[in-house]
Ligand binder design. Structure first.
Ligand code: ZN
Length: 240
């Protein structure tokens, strides 16, 4: 089975469309949360995911839009974008987001937005945090998003190594456990403005990372028209 794995779409429809078109054909689509928030296409993004029968978990921005999470810890731009989304999102999209769990298990993988032990909040960015999450993990591997940066922690013989995948990188899963981040679709933050996503071949255990260009000016124009914060518009050009 070929699985497309995406995260942090953030209501960026041009990026999601480009990614799904580039990764097709796939047999399943896994989504690691932050489906909305920041971008101007919340309904359209949810509609595309529903059409693709996506298997998804919720992220902190999704929970914030639903009113399930206090946004006082968000920065001002993020808070404004959450408020903008909460005001405009349609009932169908809202109901679909409300049905998403914080974690789910698919085969050998736990899917979570931030981390397996703290799915809405924790940024999995260091070996000590990875170690605590391996101890918590009930499946061989996990997939997480939240940082918008592609990254792998791999544990073997009590040691944890860090791997930073780039465009075209592959990793074959073996008996060593992995915490895998596919990188962000709708707002990459590793200095490369192209959308980032991953595929998994469940037969061979091969993961592959993909960078996919998309029409950034299209989403920026729409964000300007909707009066979304300028900093959120500009950062898309730089992938920061
Ligand atoms: Zn995010």
């Amino acid at each position: 089975m070929r699985v497309a794995v995406v995260t942090d779409i953030h209501a960026n429809l041009p990026a999601l469309d480009a990614v799904l078109d580039a990764l097709a054909p796939f047999d399943a689509l896994w989504v690691l949360g932050d489906i909305v928030g920041y971008g101007p296409y919340p309904d359209e993004v949810v509609a595309r995911l529903r059409r693709e029968r996506a298997v998804a978990v919720r992220g902190n921005h999704d929970a914030a839009v639903l009113g399930d999470l206090d946004t006082s810890v968000f920065n001002e731009d993020a808070r404004l974008a959450v408020a903008w989304t909460a005001e405009r999102i349609g009932t169908t999209a809202r109901h679909w987001l409300e049905g998403l769990p914080e974690t789910r298990i698919e085969g050998d993988f736990t899917l979570a937005h931030g981390s397996p032990r703290d799915p809405l909040w924790e940024y999995l960015v260091s070996v000590p945090l990875a170690r605590r999450n391996f101890a918590h993990l009930e499946t061989p591997h996990a997939m997480v998003g939240h940082t918008h940066v592609p990254l792998v922690f791999r544990e073997g013989d009590g040691r944890i190594e860090t791997i930073a995948p780039s465009d075209g990188s592959t990793l074959t899963l073996d008996e060593r456990r992995c915490l895998v981040n596919p990188g962000g679709v709708g707002q990459p933050r590793d200095g490369d403005p192209r959308a980032c996503a991953m595929t998994l071949d469940t037969e061979t255990g091969v993961l592959e990372w993909h960078r996919i260009p998309y029409p950034i000016e299209r989403i920026q124009q729409r964000m300007r028209r909707q009066g979304l914060p300028p900093r959120l518009i500009e950062r898309l050009s730089y992938g920061l």
